[in-house]
Design a protein around this ligand. Sequence first.
Ligand code: PRP
Length: 216
Amino acid sequence: MTAKVNSLTIALTRGRILSETLPLLREAGIEPIGDIAGSRKLRFATSREGVSLLVMRGSDVPVYVENGAADMGVAGKDMLLEYGGEGLYEPLDLGIARCRLMIAAPHPVAATGGRPRVATKFTGIAKRWFAEQGRQVELIKLNGALEIAPAMGLADAIVDIVDTGGTLRANGLEPIETIAEISSRVIVNKASMKIKSQAIRAILDALSAAVARRPA
Ligand code: PRP
């Protein structure tokens, strides 16, 4: 499935990534018509004819783009690493919403016999990371409130996003190891890149120029 040839759909990640993406899109000549950050609507026409925007959770952006329900998307590298797969192009790092995916644990680290239990919502990334290093862990899938899991005896460590480090500190955890540096990336459906190459290239070039104009 690929969206209509004369239209172009871009799937955006709601929240902080959306608020940092919109100014770049504006510089690229694409402005949503309507209150994209505040409305319950999920699809918006834009100032550029034929281009529409969708807003959704970051984990869903690669699903929409890989399956051609959207031609392009913006999602955090954490979501892309977790999604995996070879079905997408990732042509541009927007350099926004920067953070780290880290292993964190209480200090001092509790001595555990057997396999350490690691709580995370990024079970795919964590599984690969520990397997590559030959480290045996038991992964516990959580969807939020990860930082309290060690104090409650549910896990020995967590794998989560760290930005300022405030959430770790507030919950008695210390950063131990960085798994990946994260920022938001533009992804493109492979078929769309062929069929709509001119329109997509123009947007990528304009976004890339907007990123380059940003102060380092
Ligand atoms: C993320 C992450 C941490 C927090 C880290 O959560 O899961 O909990 O931010 O930020 P800090 O280092 O600046 O404290 P977010 O608020 O994005 O919500 P989430 O739990 O839905 O991911």
